[in-house]
Design a protein around this ligand. Structure first.
Ligand SMILES: NC(=O)c1ccc[n+]([C@@H]2O[C@H](COP(=O)([O-])OP(=O)(O)OC[C@H]3O[C@@H](n4cnc5c(N)ncnc54)[C@H](OP(=O)(O)O)[C@@H]3O)[C@@H](O)[C@H]2O)c1
Length: 361
């Protein structure tokens, strides 16, 4: 069932995976951003069919994905996992839909834009032109990996200004990155531990409450890198159109409900001062610098939760890349920073809605 929201000629939108952690956030962001829509349809698995989700004060009935589900739809935001995206993409694109896909299914596919609006808006210019000429030629735009988006919100402006030759990244990733089941696991296990019972891991192999562990994605036995770390490397290269930026990543799941953090050590190509880095980040769209040394006030997951901006702080010269005895005001190549971003929003739903806005508004 669809709800007519506007009489003007606006896109007819669908959210596939609407009942999930990202899907629900998409509905919230669509409301908050006042996205112009002619209609909105919601899809999830057959388990959720017939339930309702509120949107702009009205309930919308969730539908199961049926053959030809895409009829009458202009654009679909997909967040139902890679296998669903792969299963439904071809027919939908052939029917003229624009798919904005949150899964990893098409991110590295040549010709598919991998887009962070603040970083590489030009990547969707062809599809934008097609939408605006109403050619209905269809296509896929991939939303990057959540940790990669959060990293690049801070790294890309610095790269544009001074060139980044190397970044060493350690992540502190929240339960919500693993969807509703990941959040349930953290809550259930925390309750169990506090009640004095032994938690039973279901989603993650390791106990989650009062623990942290290497990211749960598949690990390549040869390189020792897990899929999340590989995504940060390969997706960064594609988004920046610069495979020369060397990235080393260690991705860790921490017992935080929502919002990922990242500790980032960078090496620049051209020297800069700490003030230069501060200025570039302060001027970057979608970035908020929280760097109050006097009060030990820096980015945290709770400060990032529910917000649009990626928070950056702990900005400092890396002493291991700076000559001992030289003033900290001397231009140098190495810096450290700490980032926090709500990965359900900027790392997923918000980024996807921003892309839809770029296409249709
Ligand atoms: N969580 C994040 O921070 C994040 C960030 C970036 C990207 N992503 C990606 O976004 C996608 C969704 O993640 P999530 O965290 O929102 O997961 P989630 O909370 O587990 O939600 C999954 C959604 O997919 C639906 N679904 C599952 N199987 C389906 C099927 N066969 N047909 C139609 N719908 C189906 C589920 O419907 P039911 O409720 O009916 O089962 C639910 O709406 C994944 O590809 C994930 O990698 C997630």
């Amino acid at each position: 069932m669809s709800v007519n929201l506007s009489k003007t000629h606006m896109p007819s939108l669908a959210v596939v995976g609407a009942t999930g952690a990202v899907g629900r956030e998409m509905l919230l962001v669509l409301e908050q951003y006042n996205m112009p829509l002619s209609s909105l349809r919601l899809f999830a698995s057959s388990k959720s069919a017939g339930t309702t989700l509120p949107f702009r004060g009205k309930p919308i009935t969730v539908e199961a994905l049926a053959p030809a589900w895409y009829q009458g739809i202009d654009c679909a935001l997909l967040s139902a996992g890679s296998s669903v995206s792969k299963q439904i993409a071809e027919d939908a694109v052939n029917a003229g839909l624009i798919l904005i896909d949150n899964s990893s299914a098409f991110r590295m596919t040549p010709g598919v834009p991998l887009t962070v609006p603040e970083v590489n808006p030009e990547s969707i210019s062809l599809l934008k032109a097609a939408v605006q000429s109403q050619s209905r030629s269809g296509g896929i735009i991939a939303n990057p990996n959540c940790s990669t988006i959060i990293l690049l919100m801070a790294l890309a402006p610095i790269h544009r200004a001074f060139g980044v030759s190397r970044a060493v990244v350690s992540t502190y990733q929240a339960a919500s990155g693993a969807g509703s089941q990941g959040m349930d696991e953290l809550l259930d296990q925390t309750r169990s531990v506090l009640n004095g019972t032994t938690p039973l891991p279901k989603v993650f192999a390791e106990p989650y409450a009062f623990n942290l562990f290497s990211h749960n994605s598949a690990l390549d036995p040869v390189s020792g890198l897990n899929a999340e770390e590989l995504k940060m490397i390969h997706e960064t290269h594609k988004i920046l159109s610069d495979p020369s930026v060397r990235i080393s990543a260690t991705c860790i799941r921490v017992p935080v409900m929502r919002a990922h953090c990242e500790s980032v050590n960078i090496t620049l190509r051209s020297p800069a001062t700490l003030q230069d880095i501060h200025r570039v980040l302060s001027q970057a769209k979608g970035v908020e610098v929280i760097d109050d040394r006097a009060n030990n006030n820096f980015p945290t997951p709770l400060k990032a939760t529910g917000g649009d901006n990626v928070l950056v702080g702990r900005l400092r010269v890396d002493p291991s890349q700076h000559s001992p005895g030289q003033s900290l005001d001397t231009p140098t190549l190495g810096f450290d920073m700490f980032i926090a971003g709500d990965q359900l929003r900027k790392g997923a739903a918000q980024n996807a809605v921003q892309i839809a806005q770029m296409l249709y508004c």
